[in-house]
Design a protein around this ligand. Sequence first.
Ligand code: ZN
Ligand code: ZN
Length: 359
Amino acid sequence: MARNPHYDPSLPHHRPGGFQNVEVPFEPKTLGEVLRWRWDAARQSLPHPPRTPIPQQAPDLDFIHRNATAGGAMRPAVTWIGHATALMQCSGVNVLTDPIFSHRASPLRFAGPQRHQPPGLALRELPRIDLVLVSHNHYDHLDDASARALHTQPGGPPQFVVPLGLKAWFAARGIRSVVELDWWQTHSLRGPKGPVDVVLVPAQHWSARGLGDRMATLWGGFAVFGPDCHWFYAGDTAYSREFSRMRESFALRQSGAQGGGFDLALLPIGSYEPRWFMAGQHVNVEEALQIHRDLGAKRSLGVHWGTFALTDEPLDEPPQRLARLGLAQGLAEDEFFVLPIGGTQRLAARDATRDAKML
Ligand code: ZN
Ligand code: ZN
């Protein structure tokens, strides 16, 4: 295994050859286990095709573009583009999470998981993106063609923020506007209403793009703190106690007087079956609900579903389970919601005046 140039022996997730989860080390499945999963799935023809169409709607391009250039008057809003790709507009900054606009989540153009439907916004329909957050290097989260296209967007390249070790992947494509973060490190950018802090937070997951680079680069999620909105994006993750720890770590900046917890968390709700194979790397809906509570998020949006059939559950199952469980657990209506692909949800702005009084 190649040497990890970032290796710091004092950090529990660092290894001389890469990175590791702190709570439960990721154990790659054996070839036998992979074959057993694929064999079982093939025998039962899994995943079964969705019984209901994945909801889609034409994007409100007029709102999205006016909002994108509104500066300090930007209304906090999230638009789901598909899978884990979302456009988050708040505090005057246009942010994309894990952009994938390609037909396949794969290193190959002719094989690998295909999109069930086109992205909710095409690349050419996007407003100018200021910031791109990449959670890890799996093909459904870090897409070559999408990164290149965003780099050459009209108006200049966005700032990419990525976990440790991924800068080289961008540099190999001539993309230099990249900041690498370790877990708990912050990148601050200046928004029209004040600083926006982007913190890379732990996720219980793994990384690999090829055969010889497993765990070589870091993975994670993001906590974003702007004057108008505190939001969270989990990336890919299994359930862990890290989410309760994050709430404790951020308690100082999220006190009731400062507007409380995350205004929105983007949490994965798909790619969970079969549990014996997936539980160490992807939450199921029950666990996503637990993360929503652990974080103390005011609202959550379910992502990472309905787009690429990567696992054994039907593509339309996650929101059905979410609706059932949310009801059973007494969640307020729309507290943990999903959007149609292309759909936008406007969010209440954080009470910045209270923020200012506290300072
Ligand atoms: Zn992944
Ligand atoms: Zn994924």
